[in-house]
Design a protein around this ligand. Sequence first.
Ligand SMILES: Nc1ncnc2c1ncn2[C@@H]1O[C@H](COP(=O)(O)OP(=O)(O)O)[C@@H](O)[C@H]1O
Ligand SMILES: [Mg+2]
Length: 240
Amino acid sequence: MNAILEIKGLKKQFGGVAALSGIDLSIEEGEILGIVGPNGSGKTTLFNVITGVHKPTEGHVSWRGRDITSLAAHEVSGAGIGYTFQQAMAFPGLSVRENVQIACEHARRTSRPYPWTTPSALLDFVGLTALSNEQAGILPFGSLRLLGIALALATRPSLILLDEPAAGLNDRETATLVGLVKQFPGYGISVCVIDHDMKLMQMLCKRLVVLDFGSKIADGPTQAVLTDPKVLEVYLGGAL
Ligand SMILES: Nc1ncnc2c1ncn2[C@@H]1O[C@H](COP(=O)(O)OP(=O)(O)O)[C@@H](O)[C@H]1O
Ligand SMILES: [Mg+2]
């Protein structure tokens, strides 16, 4: 296996709160890695530190062998790490197509061929062609999520971080999302996804990492992790 992202000893302190207390983690080229853990366990903070939204208190993030710990968010995106936020975001007053157009204008240069070079191709891939002229701010929630995916893909990432992409989606929308995300590795895009929906995680991920109070308590094949007594204890039978 070939790690594209390597995290060593990552700590993030918010005042008295240790949101991350020494995380080691690697993401392999071409995999879909899942991150789960109770609310407040540090999942979103981990993404925020990887993407340069927050600076870590200690530790390092390296991307294809290059230390990116101190890069600003736009530099991390420029290096090829895309991000969809837990709160779906777009320019609400602009149309769906205009949002994608703006994102495409900020696409980084890549040496490899990219499958979606135009806004139309991206809209088609995520299934939003029929809604291209709608105002983004009045989209139904599921469509707004798909727009978020299109916006992240527009920057031409080779790793995409998805923070609770299925939150608020119905079963049909979730199935659409799974169908899209499963295709990413085939297009040279590795994935790291956070979600609470264990059915979704089992469909998407061969490997799961579990965080609890800012520490990694499990990391391994999905089924093994989901039956690990340490993990079951954290969830007290609830989400599993
Ligand atoms: N910007 C912030 N300022 C202060 N505390 C924060 C901030 N972001 C997260 N936290 C705290 O860090 C902990 C981890 O939060 P978070 O990473 O959002 O967890 P998760 O995504 O797993 O639910 C929580 O205790 C949360 O309150
Ligand atoms: Mg979160």
